[in-house]
Design a protein around this ligand. Structure first.
Ligand code: MN
Length: 326
């Protein structure tokens, strides 16, 4: 889904300020990125950005909608490759048809996790279906650690049962929260969950003190650690918290995506749909895609051509690493 992006991104502004927020939370603003497709559907990207590359191993967060597909043309991302990462598609409304080079043909629906592992190489297409009228959800990436980054292709599906806690309904799609554990395998300790916060409610959640967390607000004003997060903002909390307390300050249900994981310390190189460790990793993957190598396989059933890789920048692609956690 990163396909419209031609190179390393530069956020339009410094989206957080240490002076403005209490210690312990950074507010990461979103920037609009055209995704491509018939009328260039736009997504709101909060990861990666200059201030922060990863939260745990979460390295990419796109948030979109609610979009009237009659206006935006919906999603139509032609076959494209991935290496070194997993993709999570999570919808609030609408439906996306997924096809990949393992031969999977799946429908991504609200409340259902689809986790695709790129590993050494996979290719896939994503198209919103004709019956979709409103498209609304997130697309997230997980960077694979060095020892697993060349793992085989994989695709897993899981429908978490909603868990009811004081003030919220929770769907845990990866990791453990509120007494529920996702059966889906990850390569680093991770948390991913959708939270629906009751109007004017406060929810306390026990979390792993070794995790850092991201609170991405879809709808509502959500108070966390003394700061109010507004829609499309991603609040970052460092390690050391054993509880997260979320308060919905509005009189309608608020929706939040909660991400977490142990800090990812490796330097990574991100370009287009690839994550490697060096410029050479990226060059090699790009050549393999352009030459239609077996590394990525073929996607059957997509109506159209596959996406060509953008031209590489004239300079070596620099590795990224997070600033020191605070
Ligand atoms: Mn993709």
């Amino acid at each position: 889904m990163n396909d419209a992006e031609k190179g390393p991104e530069e956020p339009p502004r410094a989206a957080f300020g240490h002076g403005e927020n209490p210690p312990g939370i950074e507010v990461l603003g979103a920037r609009d990125v055209p995704l491509g497709g018939p009328r260039a559907m736009t997504v709101r990207r909060t990861l990666p950005q200059r201030a922060r590359t990863t939260i745990g191993a979460w390295c990419f967060a796109d948030h979109y909608g609610p979009d009237d597909v009659a206006d935006t043309g919906g999603m139509d991302v032609a076959p494209h490759p991935h290496i070194g990462l997993q993709t999570v598609s999570w919808l609030f409304s609408g439906e996306i048809e997924h096809r990949d080079s393992m031969g999977n043909h799946a429908f991504v629906r609200p409340g259902e996790l689809n986790l695709m592992t790129g590993g050494h190489g996979i290719s896939h297409s994503e198209v919103s279906t004709a019956r979709t009228t409103t498209l609304h959800g997130v697309q997230l990436w997980v960077v694979l650690p060095e020892e697993h980054r060349n793992t085989g292709r994989d695709f897993q599906h899981h429908v978490p049962a909603p868990v009811r806690v004081d003030g919220a309904e929770i769907r845990v799609f990866l990791g453990t929260l509120a007494g529920d554990t996702s059966p889906v395998r990850t390569f680093t300790p991770l948390l991913g969950a959708e939270l629906l916060l009751d109007p004017h409610s406060t929810t306390e959640l026990a979390v792993d003190t070794g995790f850092e967390h991201g609170v991405l607000v879809d709808h509502g004003d959500v108070h966390v650690a003394g700061t109010t997060l507004r829609p499309a903002e991603l609040g970052y909390l460092g390690t050391g918290n054993d509880t997260l307390t979320l308060t919905n300050g509005t009189d309608s249900v608020a929706r939040v995506i909660l991400l977490g994981g142990t800090p990812f310390e490796e330097r990574i190189v991100m370009w287009w749909n690839f994550i490697g460790r060096s410029h050479e990793d990226i060059v090699e993957a790009r050549e393999a895609w352009q030459n239609a190598s077996d590394r990525f396989g073929e996607v059957d059933g997509y109506d159209g051509d596959r996406l060509p890789a953008p031209v590489l920048p004239n300079v070596r692609i620099a590795p990224r690493r997070n600033p020191a956690n605070h």
